[in-house]
Structure formats: C-alpha cells, structure tokens
Design a protein around this ligand. Structure first.
Ligand code: FAD
Length: 298
C-alpha cells in the first residue's frame, strides 16, 4: 500500500501546470482531490513519475452564472469540490440534478476533497457526474500548451476509466447550458446504492424542458453504472420529445432506457437483469421528479 516514488510539483497558475504537462506528458498525472488517483497509486495500478498538484491554482475553483451569445449557462471550475456543488444555492436553483448527485457521492471526506473535474477525467462508468453531465448537455473545456478545445460530455467518455483528454491536457471548466423562459426546466438525479455512501448500482440523471403549452421540448437522460461508460438514453429521450408527459409516457421512456442500457453481471451489485430492472425504476423516478420541478417553475 505504498506508492512508487515520484517527483512532486505544485504549480500556482494554469500556464505553469500546462508547461509541466507538456514536458512530462504520459509520465505525469494531475493530482486534484486524490480520491481516485491516490488509492490507485497505493495499489500501484498507477505509477506516475511526476505528480502535478493543481490544488494551489486559485482560478480553477468556482461556480458562477455567465452569459455567452445571449444564452445563460453555469460555469464550474474543474477543481470545484463535490461539497461546494452540493452546498451552492445557485446550483440548487438552476440544476437540481447536480445538487442531488453531489450529495450522494461517497462520504463527507470524499465530498470535501473530490472534484468534479477529477471525477469526469477518471471516467468511472459507475461515477455520478458522467450521467449528470450528459443529461444536462454539459461541455468540457480542455486546455494544453497548444490551446483550448471544448467537447460535449457525450463525446468525452471513451471506455471504462478512459476519457478523451490527452495526457498533456488539463480539464479547466465544465459548462451547463440553461434554458431561457418561456421554457420551464427541471432536473433530478436518482441513485440506487447497495449500501449508504456506495457507488451507484444504477444512477439516472434527467432534465425536462416544457414549453408554455406544457409540451416537452427538450429532454436529457444520462445513465450511470449500466454500460462500459456513462451513457445517454437516446431512445428514451426520443419517446418524450414533442409530447405532453403523462405517467404512461414516463413508463414508456423508462422501458426504453432499460432496453437500451448495457449492464453486466457483477458479484457486488447484482445481475445484468436486476440492473436493467432498476434502470427502469430509477429512470421513472428521475423523470417524475424532473417533470414536477419543471411544472412548478413559473
Ligand atoms: P483525483 O483522484 O485527483 O484524479 C482522478 C484522475 O483525474 C487522475 O487520473 C488525475 O490525473 C485526473 N485529473 C484530475 N483532475 C484533472 C484535471 N482538472 N484535468 C486533467 N486531469 C485531471 N464517485 C462517485 O461518483 N460516486 C460515489 O458514490 C463515490 N464514492 C466514493 C467513495 C470513496 C470511499 C472514494 C475514495 C471515492 C468515491 N468516489 C465516488 C470517487 C470520487 O468522486 C473522486 O473524487 C473522483 O472520482 C476523483 O476526483 P478527484 O478530484 O479526487 O481526482
């Protein structure tokens, strides 16, 4: 349980971090909250020669509302802790799914140290943030010494524990688009845990936007722990767009989500059949809460 020896650097600016990443590339790892990386290093499943600690960079930890091309969005620094997201009133009022997901991650220690950026880059298919980022239509800003690029969350998760970030890239920001009135939008996260503070057996994030006639104009459904990556339930989404969402429509969408997910048997969290059944139940729950929140918006 002792990591292999490594060199430690602690840049104080993004540029300095990028210069280290450019120099050390695949021999290095970024250290954010350390809640996934440090256990892997202790088990020697990760053995970076250089550890680039980004915790002293002040411009990576924030939650704010911004306007871009007349459209409102939430901007969240990659180093923002799970707990800061859980506690943010702005997040609560604009993206309830994020507050709910944050509150269900691990224990208080994990939530106080762990960061949204670290979780996304770690790309654990059972993690909560991937499903939420997909459902809310998040974009992720990656920066290297060659410049920035922005990826949709849909294109970020490549495989189990593998994301689209290059070894020379730093994830700096997550942006969540906000729908403007007259659309009324609600979102929710529903998670089945084997025991309290556990990773998801199944997690479902949902976002619903209703127009002024109560018809569903936009919907996002992201699933955790039921495929090799966090995934979008596209068939379930398609079954809702353009309709008034009734109980029967929610049941139909939940059935689609259960059909399109790709769970596997595992001895800890149950059979593929069980997880598929739970994907149906938790999709129903997330959609029901998201709908209620959208309907209650003035
Ligand atoms: P680190 O561990 O520091 O880094 C993780 C990876 O991301 C590393 O490869 C690192 O190099 C890279 N990285 C980090 N930040 C950046 C960046 N800005 N740019 C580029 N690369 C970067 N997660 C859940 O979703 N749900 C749970 O219920 C849950 N329960 C947990 C319970 C326990 C006991 C523990 C230890 C962890 C749990 N986690 C859970 C994982 C937790 O959310 C971690 O915080 C998260 O996976 C990693 O974030 P971090 O900031 O700690 O990243």
């Amino acid at each position: 349980m002792v990591p292999k020896s490594f060199e430690y650097v602690a840049p104080s600016t993004i540029d300095e971090a990028l210069s280290y990443l450019g120099r050390f590339g695949p021999d290095s790892k970024v250290l954010a909250g350390g809640q996934s990386l440090v256990p892997l290093m202790k088990l020697r499943l990760a053995a970076p020669k250089y550890l680039i600690d980004i915790n002293r960079i002040p411009d990576l930890e924030y939650i704010r509302e911004e306007k871009s091309d007349g459209k409102e969005e939430l901007a969240i620094g990659a180093l923002t802790r799970h707990h800061a997201i859980e506690a943010s009133d702005l997040i609560k009022s604009k993206a309830s799914a994020m507050s709910e997901a944050a509150s269900m991650i691990g224990d208080p220690q994990v939530r106080n140290y762990g960061t949204i950026g670290g979780s996304l880059v770690h790309a654990d298919p059972a993690a909560d943030w991937g499903a939420v980022a997909i459902a809310l239509g998040a974009t992720l800003r990656l920066v290297s010494s060659k410049g920035p690029r922005v990826l949709m969350a849909d294109h970020f998760f490549v495989g189990a524990l593998t994301c689209a970030a290059e070894p020379s890239e730093l994830l700096t920001e997550i942006k969540i688009p906000l729908e403007s009135p007259p659309l009324r939008t609600g979102s929710a996260y529903a998670k089945l845990e084997r025991k309290t503070q556990d990773f998801a057996t199944v997690g479902v994030a949902a976002k619903i936007s209703l127009n002024d006639s109560g018809v569903c104009e936009k919907v996002g459904i992201g699933l955790a722990s039921v495929a090799e990556t966090s995934m979008r339930a596209t068939k379930a989404e398609a079954s809702l767009v353009g309709s008034k969402i009734t109980r029967a429509k929610i049941e139909e969408a939940a059935e689609e989500a259960a059909g399109e997910c790709r769970p596997t048997d595992d001895i800890l969290r149950g059979s593929a059949e069980y997880k598929r059944a739970m994907a149906r139940v938790f999709t129903e729950r997330a959609l029901t809460s998201a709908l209620k929140r959208a309907e209650n918006k003035m």
